[in-house]
Design a protein around this ligand. Structure first.
Ligand SMILES: [Zn+2]
Ligand SMILES: [Zn+2]
Length: 554
C-alpha cells in the first residue's frame, strides 16, 4: 500500500447481494468493516453458507486494529465466527447495542464467547490505530444501524452500511442528518454507499406506515392469523405485537430465531410486550382461532423454517387450515422468489388465505430509494464516490445518481470485489486487483444439532438411504439371522440384487470379524458396519447415501 493513501478494498458485496466485507487500510494498519455472509442458491446443494474469501487478512492478522459492524443482518455479520477463527487472536469488535447483543448470542453458539465486543454509542469517537472511528446513527429494517466514519490524516471515508431516511421511524430516532451535513461541510473524502434500491424512483415508505396497514389487514381476518417477517426486523415484530394488543389477540412467537431475536431486543429495552400477551407455541391450539396471532419465521421460504413446515403440514405446533390467514410482511430477497412462491401455493392448497405486500402496504423496505441516495450524497458532499452493496446494475445506477447531483464522473468509481480504491487529497484510482473468491461452509463441522439434521436430510435427498439390520447373539456376538438390507431413494440400478447380496455377505463378515476380535460394544460394532457398508456402496455406485446400521442383540 502506498504511503499516505487511504485504501478501501471490498472483499464482498459488490456485484452481488450479500456477504458484505470491506478492508480499510491506512499507514499499514487495517480496520475491517462488516463480515457478512450469503445464503447458497439452490444449485449449491450441500452448501450451508457462502462467505467472502478473507484469506487476504491471513497474512495481515497483526495489522488489524478492529472489526466494525454496521448492523446485525447476516449479510453484514454472518461470517464473523469464521473470520474470528481464521484470525486466532480476535481484534476489538465495535458496533451498536443491538448488533453487539445479537453477535454475542451468535458467537456463544460458536463457542467464541470471549471475543472482545465493544459497544460504541453513535457520535462517540474512538482512536483505532491511525484511524479515528465514529458510528453515525441511521435508520434501516433493524434497530441500531450505523454508518461507519473512519478519519485519517488524508481525510475521512464513510461506509453507510444499509440505510434509509425514515422520517418517522418506529423508535422515534431518525437518521442523524445533522451529523451527515457536518461531514459535508467539513469535507468528506470518500462515500461508500448502499445501492440496494438504486433502481427505485422516489422515497421509501416509512416503517411506521406499516403498522396501520397491518391493523387493517388483521381486522379483516376472522380466523387465526399467521404473520411472517424477518426475525431481525424488531420494529416490524413490535408493530405486529401492538396490533395484536389493539385487536385483543394473544401472540405466539414461532421459530427459533424469532424467539431469540425478540428476547435479545426485549432484554435491551428495544422491544416490549405487555405481560401475559405471549402464549407458548404448544398452547396455540388451546385458544380460539380469532384470539391468536402467530409470528413466524420463514418469510423467505427457507427450507426448514417454521412457515415452510406449516405449509407442508409438518409443524409440531401449528396445523394450518381453512379460515387461517397467512400474512407475508416481507418481500422476497432476490433469489428467494421461487421458494416463497412455492410456500404460498402450498398454503393455498391447504385452503388458508394469503396476504402479501402486493395486496396491502404491509411491508416497507429498509433500504433508501433514489431520492434518499441523492440526499445522502447532497448531505455528505463527498469528493469521491464508490457505490457498494448491490449487483453491478444497481452499482451503475447509484453512480448515475451521484453524477445527477453534480459529482464529476471521473470521481465516481465502479468497483468490484478484490479491486482496491486508493485515495488521498490529490486523487483516487484503483490499485492492483487481488483474488476475491468465495468460501463455502458445510455446517456439519460446526456441530449444531440443527445443522446435522439439515445435513442428514440433504444427504438422503441427494443419494438416498441404506438401512442394514443385523441380529447377533448377546452371548458371543455371532450372527444369528440373515442380515437385511433395505434401501430408499437410491438411484440405480440393474444389478441391485447382486449388490444387496454382496452387502449381506459383507455385513456377516464384518460382524463375525467383530465377534472374533471380541468387540462387544454395540455402537462400535455399528460403526464398523457403517464404514464397511459405506465403502462397498461407494465402490459400486460412486455415491454416498446415508447408511444406518441397526444391530440387535438377542
Ligand atoms: Zn445489507
Ligand atoms: Zn441490512
Amino acid at each position: 500500500v502506498p504511503a499516505g493513501k487511504l485504501r478501501v478494498l471490498p472483499l464482498g458485496g459488490l456485484g452481488e447481494i450479500g456477504k458484505n466485507m470491506t478492508v480499510i487500510e491506512y499507514d499499514g494498519r487495517i480496520v475491517v468493516v462488516d463480515t457478512g455472509l450469503m445464503f447458497p442458491t439452490a444449485e449449491m446443494l450441500g452448501i450451508d453458507l457462502v462467505l467472502p474469501d478473507f484469506s487476504y487478512l491471513r497474512d495481515r492478522v497483526d495489522d488489524i486494529e478492529a472489526i466494525v459492524l454496521t448492523h446485525g443482518h447476516e449479510d453484514h455479520v454472518g461470517a464473523l465466527p469464521y473470520v474470528l477463527r481464521e484470525l486466532g487472536q480476535p481484534p476489538v469488535i465495535y458496533s451498536g447495542m443491538l448488533t453487539i447483543g445479537m453477535v454475542r448470542a451468535k458467537l456463544d453458539e460458536h463457542k467464541l464467547g470471549n471475543a472482545p465486543l465493544q459497544e460504541l454509542p453513535a457520535g462517540e469517537k474512538v482512536r483505532v490505530g491511525p484511524f479515528e472511528l465514529e458510528l453515525i446513527h441511521l435508520s434501516h429494517s433493524i434497530p441500531d444501524a450505523r454508518g461507519v466514519l473512519l478519519t485519517t490524516e488524508v481525510g475521512s471515508v464513510l461506509m453507510t452500511g444499509d440505510y434509509k431516511f425514515d422520517q418517522t421511524p418506529v423508535d422515534g430516532r431518525p437518521a442523524d442528518i445533522s451529523r451527515l451535513a457536518e461531514l459535508g461541510r467539513d469535507g468528506l473524502l470518500l462515500l461508500c454507499g448502499d445501492s440496494t434500491n438504486a433502481d427505485r424512483a422516489g422515497v421509501a415508505p416509512s416503517e411506521s406506515s406499516v403498522g396501520p396497514a397491518l391493523v387493517e389487514t388483521f381486522a379483516s381476518c376472522e380466523g387465526r392469523i399467521i404473520v411472517t417477517s424477518f426475525a431481525s426486523n424488531i420494529h416490524r415484530v413490535q408493530q405486529v405485537i401492538d396490533a395484536a394488543v389493539q385487536l385483543d389477540r394473544r401472540v405466539a412467537l414461532v421459530g427459533r430465531s424469532m424467539r431469540k431475536n425478540f428476547n435479545i431486543a426485549s432484554n435491551l429495552g428495544i422491544a416490549k410486550a405487555p405481560s401475559g400477551l405471549f402464549i407458548q407455541p404448544r398452547e396455540i391450539e388451546n385458544f380460539p382461532d380469532e384470539k391468536v396471532i402467530v409470528i413466524s419465521t420463514g418469510s423467505q421460504g427457507e427450507p426448514l423454517s417454521a412457515l415452510r413446515r406449516m405449509a407442508n403440514n409438518d409443524h409440531r405446533d401449528v396445523e394450518l387450515h381453512s379460515g387461517d390467514t397467512v400474512v407475508f410482511s416481507a418481500t422476497p430477497v432476490p433469489g428467494n422468489e421461487r421458494a416463497v412462491n412455492e410456500t404460498i401455493d402450498r398454503i393455498y392448497e391447504i385452503g388458508a388465505r394469503v396476504v402479501t405486500a402486493k395486496d396491502a402496504p404491509i411491508h416497507a423496505s429498509g433500504h433508501g430509494w433514489q431520492e434518499e441516495l441523492k440526499l445522502m450524497l447532497n448531505l455528505t458532499k463527498p469528493r469521491y464516490v464508490l457505490p457498494v452493496h448491490g449487483d453491478h446494475q444497481r452499482l451503475r445506477l447509484h453512480a448515475g445518481l451521484a453524477e445527477s447531483v453534480g459529482i464529476p464522473p471521473e470521481n465516481i468509481f465502479q468497483g468490484r470485489n478484490g479491486l482496491p480504491l486508493e485515495v488521498d487529497q490529490n486523487g483516487a484510482h484503483f490499485g492492483e486487483e487481488i483474488h476475491a473468491g468465495v468460501i463455502y461452509v458445510d455446517g456439519v463441522n460446526v456441530g449444531e444439532p440443527d445443522d446435522v439434521a439439515l445435513r442428514d436430510r440433504r444427504e438422503i435427498s441427494a443419494d438416498g438411504l441404506f438401512i442394514v439390520v443385523a441380529t447377533i447373539s448377546s452371548e458371543d456376538g455371532h450372527v444369528v439371522a440373515d442380515p437385511e438390507v433395505l434401501f430408499r431413494g437410491v438411484a440405480f440400478l440393474e444389478e441391485a440384487d447382486a449388490l444387496v447380496e454382496d452387502l449381506r455377505d459383507l455385513v456377516e463378515d464384518s460382524l463375525e470379524d467383530a465377534a472374533k476380535a471380541g468387540t462387544r460394544e454395540l455402537h462400535l460394532v455399528q460403526e464398523d458396519l457403517h464404514d464397511a457398508v459405506a465403502g462397498l456402496v461407494y465402490e459400486k455406485l460412486r455415491r454416498r447415501p446415508m447408511i444406518v446400521p441397526v444391530v440387535v442383540e438377542v
